[in-house]
Structure formats: C-alpha cells, structure tokens
Design a protein around this ligand. Structure first.
Ligand SMILES: [Zn+2]
Length: 126
C-alpha cells in the first residue's frame, strides 16, 4: 500500500544531492494520542514500582505521578504530525541509476545504498 501525502525528498550521497517526489507518511492524531497514553501508563507503572524501595518512594512515587501526565503530553506533542515514513523513487546522485525507497515505519533520515553502484545515501523529506 502506498499511503501518505505528496511531497519532496532530498537524497544525499557522498556530497552530491538530488531531489525527487515522494510520498510522506505522518504520524496520525490517533497514533500520537496512543503514544502519549502509553508513555503516561509506563511512567505511572515505573513510579509505582519504586514503592518497594525504602527511602526513595517518598519522592519517586508522587514525583512520578506528577511527571506522568507531563511526559505523556510531551510525547503526544512531539509525535503529532511527525514524519514516520517515506516512499518514492529517485535517480542515484552518483551513477544516475534508478532507486526505489519505501519506509513505512521509522524516523528520517532513511539510509540505503544504490543497487547499481552501491553508493550509500541518506534520504530526508524536503
Ligand atoms: Zn548509483
């Protein structure tokens, strides 16, 4: 499946650079909310897990419970609209060979190498 929004990508290989059209996949609002909630839940669990540690739990438990919604919201804000995938084709900046790039999960930059000349490249959304 080729989802995402129309966009541009920039490919850099050994100092040479090329741009091409790409489909950019962004983190959805729903995924951003889920990531925030997961971070919130893990932070609460981590705080509660310190209950058994004498001396520390007076600070770690309330501290963790106060921090949990803050880090949850921070993760949500950071995830929202972030690029999480990119696909498209481009010509190799080194040899002009055709390359296809398809990353559905993962933050940019995306690394790969040209199948024709084996030059490594880095690709970013432009
Ligand atoms: Zn090449």
């Amino acid at each position: 499946m080729n989802n995402g929004a129309e966009g541009q990508m920039r490919v850099v290989s050994s100092g040479k650079e090329i741009t091409g059209s790409a489909r950019i996949v962004h983190v959805t609002q729903r995924d951003a909310v889920l990531r925030g909630l997961k971070t919130f839940a893990l932070t609460v669990l981590a705080a509660l897990a310190t209950i058994i540690i004498p001396g520390v739990h007076f600070i770690s438990v309330p501290g963790g419970l106060i921090a949990a919604p803050i880090v949850g919201v921070m993760v949500f804000m950071k995830s929202r609209g972030a690029v999480k995938g990119m696909s498209g084709s481009f010509t190799c900046p080194q040899c002009g060979g055709s390359n296809v790039l398809d990353y559905q999960e993962g933050k940019p930059p995306y690394y790969g190498s040209c199948p024709t000349c084996k030059s490594p490249y880095q690709a970013f959304p432009a």
